[in-house]
Write a protein that binds this ligand. Structure first.
Ligand code: EPU
Length: 448
């Protein structure tokens, strides 16, 4: 297991480019199951989760027609861990008889659930291992199943697998589906139901749909494949089912969470950074909070999904209040990074987590670096300190890892972040991309 060694306290300065979005790319890749024609995706980030999804799709008969075929059973498998993923990625569902997403792969990546809707819709059946617990809390899939049942799917649980089939005749039926839950809507649940509805007979209305940009990007790809979808990005999505979908070519949107992480990195190291390919239009809640904290974010160019942004930090960060919410509210995936930044603000900030109320594994680790944090249920009071000090800390999930790397960049002295494989799930070669900004950060293997 690799770890990062950071020497902190250096202001970041220079230019960094945002990669394609992991959370957009995962359901986009799964959408290739909806057609027997090739689907080409550009700007797919080279991440562990993406490779796991490609492995799963290959097992489901949907392999790559260009670059490496990462199927683990392929004896000529050229997908050595160090071989780059390549761009673009073209997928072709050539064998539609294989419908079992096995536990071995699903347990490595919850987003495997994205294959469920497309498989039922196109193949009339699916068997997908039920995702288990997760470091950031209980993550049920009841809303996904509710939505697919409303479209006529029969769903049972057998031996830990979700076993689903379409009604007699093999085709789902359009329906009105309410997808709201106790914590708002569901991003991947909306992706699943919207994807399944594209091939259903009749019209589907998804009420309380997730409004996240990743859902909008999926609707854009599905539209290019021949689907008839309106309302994506709003809480009511209408899908008019069609008989078949065809191949398409699509570029993944830039990763708003990676961009937000870079914004925090610049702000808390008192740096000045230019962020290219920045989807600023999807980050308005985070920018609002940064500006309240005194950070300046200047946007250049006229494409707000691929903007260039100049971030510069104030001498003193002001404390703020942050509450995570479904989009367009403040994203839960930036909560940990903002906590690291606010640990250095001049006063008391209050952070409330309304999507995953247990998503606070970074709190104790930040405390080891001198942050002053008091947690009561879903709320953490962050009393700003004048400096963080380097320490040995343990990454426990993806965004908690990003938070610890940010803290290490700003802290005095040496920080060792263990278990950075969590970070590698969502940030490609982060250390190599931060070094040109002046960060002192190296990766070491466990045995080093
Ligand atoms: N929920 C239910 N029932 C369901 C589904 C969700 O109660 O059937 C609850 C969840 O427990 C949570 C809330 O609804 O309280 C929202 O969960 P959601 O389903 O939207 O999460 P997700 O789709 O599984 C995606 C991202 C997460 C991100 C969340 C929220 C992907 C691959 N994952 O997960 O990203 O935190 O939306 O925005 O898109 C990350 O990148 O670090 C990450 C965890």
């Amino acid at each position: 297991m690799d770890r990062f060694i950071l020497e902190g306290g250096r202001p970041l300065s220079g230019t960094i480019r945002v990669n394609g979005s992991k959370n957009a790319a995962l359901p986009l890749l799964a959408a290739a199951l909806l057609t027997d024609e090739p689907v080409t995706l550009r700007d797919v980030p080279d991440l562990a989760d993406i490779r796991n999804m490609l492995r799963l799709l290959a097992e489901l008969g949907c392999g790559r027609t260009n670059g490496a075929d990462p199927h683990p059973d392929n004896p000529d498998n050229p997908d050595a861990p160090d071989a780059p993923l390549g761009d673009p990625v073209t997928l072709h569902a050539a064998d539609e008889s294989r419908c079992h997403a096995r536990y071995d792969i699903v347990r490595t990546m919850r987003a495997s659930i994205c294959t469920l809707g497309p498989m039922i819709a196109r193949r009339g059946k699916a068997r997908v291992s039920m995702p288990g617990g997760c470091a950031i809390g209980d993550r049920p899939v009841d809303l996904h199943l509710r939505g697919l049942r409303a479209l006529g799917a029969t769903i049972a649980l057998e031996g830990g697998d979700i076993v689903a089939s379409a009604p007699a005749g093999g085709r789902l039926r359009g329906a009105t589906v309410f997808l709201g839950g106790p914590f708002g809507s569901t991003v991947l649940g909306t992706a699943n139901v919207m994807s399944a509805a594209t091939l259903a007979e009749g019209t589907t209305i998804i009420e309380s749909a997730a409004c996240e940009p990743e859902v909008v990007d999926l609707a854009a790809l599905l539209g290019k494949m021949g689907a008839e979808i309106s309302g994506a990005g709003s809480p009511r999505i209408v899908v008019r089912g069609v008989d078949r979908l065809h191949g398409a070519d699509h570029a993944v949107i830039p990763d708003r969470i990676e961009a937000g992480t870079f914004l925090c990195a610049a702000a808390m190291t008192r740096g000045e950074v230019t962020i290219e390919n920045c989807p600023i239009d999807t980050l308005l809640a985070a920018v609002d909070r940064l500006e309240h904290a005194g950070v300046s974010v200047e946007t250049l160019g006229d494409d707000p999904l691929h903007a260039t942004c100049r971030v510069s930090a104030p001498d003193t960060l002001r404390p703020i209040e942050v509450t995570t919410q479904p989009h367009p509210g403040f994203p839960t995936d930036l909560q940990a990074q903002f906590m690291a930044m606010l640990a250095l603000a001049d006063g008391n900030s209050v952070i409330t987590e309304r999507i995953f109320p247990e998503r606070f594994l970074h709190v104790a680790e930040l405390g080891r670096m001198g942050a002053s944090l008091f947690r009561a249920g879903p709320t953490v009071v962050v009393s700003g300190v004048s400096k963080l000090t380097g320490a040995q800390v343990m990454a426990s999930d993806l965004r908690a890892s990003a938070c610890l790397v940010l803290a290490g960049l700003a802290a005095e002295g040496t920080t060792i972040v263990n278990r950075v494989y969590h970070l590698d799930r969502g940030y490609a070669k982060l250390e190599e991309r931060l070094r040109p900004l002046g960060a002192s950060i190296v990766r070491e293997g466990e045995s080093a």
